[in-house]
Design a protein around this ligand. Structure first.
Ligand code: NDP
Length: 419
């Protein structure tokens, strides 16, 4: 029996909420709250006759701690699932602390306004100290560790697929397959085709910021930063085939380097088609990816927000996307004194997802782990006061839940390694 407040009602939240409603014995009552209440009402109306989970809806501006506290104190949830945008992570964490409720999200904090002088000061210090310049990092949310611990509350960060399941794969490899892990390569392949020359599979602003940033990886105890898209590899993915993939900075590298300290190298690769890259480069060159407002004929416009308005809504890609995703981790290291390699991954079919929850596989592979993470917290398996990432918890019940609820694992003990 539980009462859950979900904040956000976009592509990922839609999947997570639909999956929660398939487990009414755990998710007994659920409130869907977001900036645009009509989207919450439409989803609740659609699900009303299909679930015994008691659904309610609310309007909330999650940038306001005061509004969030008003809603949380009125609804009194056991858990707040933040499936809005990374911009809201800190306000929602603050509200959870003030109202004494457990918290989880699917992506780590980054600011909406990258010109904010207070944020820039901390950002520039971090770039100089750590040596990577991505807009997001864990320091902002890790700063809440002591307060969550003292309040006896658990915050689970980044419980989507990557970050999220990829870290559970690392925890599983460490627990069952290796005494020592030397290298981790996280491979995120989307072999899906939506038929558009250019569209993003999740929130365009967050997606394009991530992809156009310099890449970086962890090696021998420090960060190595490289120009965006400057390291390319080819890989033959199970059930997808040959794809080009590029090294990106990704948030789980930071927490994995801290939690698996013996690891010598951690890299993250994502596949991109040539059309996506050409469009992105062109948009970047003409300034359309900028977050700095410009004045256009008397109106203030943020170029990347204007671009978001022009691009297809990721939620609309579901019916037209065909093909599969393949996301997982390849490890090298030692077990019982012997060198070994291991690959654990999931393959997910866009059309199968659409049939089940009316969404493409990118939202599905994020929304299902969010539901499974909530399940772990609500059933007490992943409760540990403080602020934690997925690899800090027991991977076994979580991977068993993923196997059962739509994202089963595949394994290889003789994978081809990435050069
Ligand atoms: P969408 O843009 O589709 O949805 C975002 C939702 O948040 C919308 O309902 C939006 O409301 C709501 N929202 C935005 N700002 C506010 C606010 N100030 N107050 C209240 N609600 C707000 O995003 P996605 O569903 O694609 O992504 C959701 C999250 O999942 C993001 O943080 C993203 O980074 C993360 N993600 C994580 C992945 C992983 O593997 N870990 C992979 C993919 C995504 P409105 O309808 O009014 O715009």
């Amino acid at each position: 029996m539980s009462r859950v407040l979900v904040i956000g009602c976009g592509g990922v939240a839609n999947v997570a909420i639909r999956k929660c409603c398939m487990l009414p014995e755990v998710f007994t009552e659920l409130c869907i709250a977001s900036r645009t209440k009509s989207k919450c009402d439409a989803l609740a109306a659609e699900l009303k006759d299909k679930t015994s989970t008691k659904l309610t809806t609310a309007q909330v501006n999650a940038d306001s701690v005061e509004e969030l506290c008003g809603l949380i104190n009125a609804y009194k949830p056991d858990l707040v699932m933040n499936i809005a945008l990374p911009y809201q992570d800190l306000t929602i964490m603050e509200a959870c602390l003030q109202c004494k409720v457990n918290y989880m999200d699917t992506a780590n904090y980054e600011p909406e306004d990258t010109d904010d002088p207070e944020w820039r000061k901390v950002y520039e210090k971090r770039c100089a100290e750590k040596g990577f310049s991505a807009l997001f990092d864990y320091s902002w949310q890790w700063a809440y560790r002591a307060r969550f611990e003292q309040a006896g509350l658990t915050a689970l960060l980044g419980c989507g697929f990557d970050p999220g399941v990829t870290q559970a794969y690392c925890a599983y490899a460490k627990k069952h397959e290796f005494d020592e892990i030397d290298t981790i390569d996280i491979l995120d392949c989307n072999g899906g085709d939506h038929g558009y020359a250019f569209a993003t599979n999740f929130n365009p602003e967050v997606n394009l910021r991530e992809v156009s940033a310099p890449g970086s990886y962890w090696e021998d105890g420090h960060w190595v930063e490289i120009p965006a898209m400057s390291i390319k590899r080819e890989y033959n993915f199970d059930q997808v085939g040959d794809k080009d993939m590029y090294l990106l900075h990704h948030e789980e590298i930071e927490s994995l380097a801290e939690n698996i300290p013996e690891v010598k190298r951690i890299r993250f690769f994502m596949t991109f088609g040539q059309s996506y890259l050409t469009h992105m480069k062109c948009l970047e060159n003409v300034g359309m990816l900028s977050t700095t407002p410009i004045n256009f004929e008397g109106h203030e416009i943020v170029p990347i927000k204007f671009l978001k308005a022009l691009l297809p809504d990721p939620a609309s890609l579901g019916p037209r996307t065909h093909g599969k995703t393949n996301i997982g981790c390849i490890f090298t290291g030692r077990k019982d004194g012997k060198e070994k390699k291991y690959y654990i991954y999931n393959v997910c079919d866009h059309q199968e997802c659409y049939k089940e929850v009316a969404s493409q596989a990118i939202s599905y592979t994020t929304g299902v782990p969010a539901m499974c993470g909530a399940l772990m917290m609500l059933t007490g398996k992943w409760i540990n006061p403080g602020v934690h990432t997925v690899e800090e918890f027991d991977p076994d019940p979580f991977l068993a839940a993923l196997d059962r609820y739509g994202l089963p694992r595949s394994e290889s003990h003789d994978p081809v390694l990435v050069p």
